[in-house]
Design a binder for this molecule. Structure first.
Ligand SMILES: *Cc1c(COP(=O)(O)O)cnc(C)c1O
Length: 408
């Protein structure tokens, strides 16, 4: 038995089976490359769903981590620390929103935004207590807490987890008219992803973000943009909503904010929204910890210093152009923005999982989303030559798609 099999068996025999990982055990990573337990090398074209935008083990981020780890790691918010305001200043500058509330995971930041909208709705807009409504979109993905899955349109996320949290309405993604029609006097917020990553790189119609912003403003409804996956350069702008020059009332950040090292999330919001939080109303033991804050500062500095946002725009275009030239009978179309790219397979291609597995064997790691879309979201530090290398692997695998067998 190989070390890989041994580790996988042990892991599966004890751990919950809430994931179905590709059968590879990663032990080391550097930039866009990772190595498995047998010392085989792979290109990481998933980068932890965009959380590793700065690449594995970026020296500057690891230096910030180790230096801060030697000073102080955790203070709790019962006391101040000297790192958090540095992160605040960076986030305010990048988002244009004046207030920040730090959390850890993306789902916690989404929950924070929901709480903010409900309290703002009651205290500022004047919606009767308990009547606040929040509008969301079909095929949304905002995390896995009970309240968040309560407004999923995917039954699998909810099955058996009821009773669900009330107070949400779902409209079709990208449908401005439906948004306007769904708004009532009790609507406090509209929560959306500027591109739906988990749903398969769904891009809304041009102008939708701007329309949504206009409608929200007109009806005194908070626009809450979940930029957890799309933020920090992933789509070729610092934030995806900047493609349409939209400024939301609440921006939700996570993933790449932690530089692929620690879970760091936050909401950025207007004064009017953030003032609803008073001492004791919300919090997190680890939220805003100095270790996470120092890492997040370094993660942001790396993005800026290495101009990774422009690189994402340029190389994303290049990757999509190369993919569109592939002669494969199995590709329906390629879509994306920046380095967030989906290859949508035709029905006759069969399950996308077998392509992920074949690509793994060819030395490239990516993950299918649903059963017919391959998602590419490499670290933004990837080079043009590395993209060429990846396209060659994809070319090989997608040509012979029907010959591939799926392992169970
Ligand atoms: C990943 C993700 C989340 C949830 O983040 P976690 O850190 O996994 O809790 C929320 N929204 C979007 C758009 C995401 O991609």
């Amino acid at each position: 038995m190989t070390l890989t099999t041994e580790i996988i068996n042990k892991t599966d025999s004890i751990g919950a089976h809430n994931y179905k990982p590709l059968p590879v055990v990663l032990v080391r990573g550097e930039g866009v490359w990772v190595w498995d337990a047998e010392d085989r090398k792979y290109m990481d074209m998933l980068s932890a769903y965009s959380a590793l935008s700065q690449g594995h083990g970026h020296p500057k981020i690891i230096d910030a981590l180790t230096a801060q780890a030697k000073r102080i790691t955790l203070t709790s918010r019962a006391f101040h620390n000297d790192q958090l305001q540095q992160l605040y200043e960076r986030l305010v500058k990048l988002t244009g929103l004046p207030r920040v509330l730090p959390m850890n995971t993306g789902a916690e930041a989404v929950e924070t935004a929901l709480k903010a909208a409900r309290r703002w709705g009651q205290r500022v807009k004047g919606v009767p207590a308990g009547k606040q409504e929040i509008i969301v979109c079909t095929d949304n993905f905002h995390g896995r807490t009970i309240s968040i899955i309560s407004f999923s349109s995917d039954a699998e996320y909810q099955d058996g987890f009821g009773p669900l949290t009330p107070g949400f309405r779902i409209i079709p993604y990208g449908d401005a008219q439906a948004l306007e029609e769904a708004i009532t006097e009790n609507t406090v917020g509209f929560l959306m992803e500027p591109i739906q990553g988990e749903a398969g790189i769904n891009i809304p119609p041009d102008g939708f973000l701007r329309e949504a912003a206009r409608i929200c403003k007109e009806h005194n409804v908070l626009l809450m943009m979940d930029e957890i996956q799309t933020g920090f350069g992933r789509t070729g702008k610092m934030f995806c909503c900047h493609h349409e020059d939209v400024q939301p009332d609440v921006m939700i950040l996570g993933k790449a904010l932690g530089g692929g090292v620690l879970p760091v999330s936050a909401i950025c919001a207007t004064e009017e929204v953030m003032q609803v939080f008073d001492p004791g109303s919300h919090g997190s033991t680890f939220g805003g910890n100095p270790l996470g804050a120092a890492v997040a500062c370094a993660a942001i500095d790396v993005l800026l210093e290495e101009d990774l946002v422009a690189r994402s725009a340029e190389l994303g275009e290049y990757l999509m152009e190369r993919l569109r030239q592939l002669e494969s009978p199995y590709i329906d179309h390629v879509r994306g923005k920046g380095l967030l790219v989906g290859i949508v397979l035709k029905k006759e291609a069969g399950n996308a999982r077998r392509y992920s597995e074949a690509l793994m064997k060819a030395g490239m790691l990516c993950k299918e989303t649903h059963d017919h879309i391959l998602r590419m979201a490499p670290p933004l530090v990837i080079t043009r030559e590395e993209i060429d290398w990846a396209v060659e692997r994809l070319d090989g695998v997608l040509r012979e798609g029907h010959n591939l067998n799926e392992t169970k």
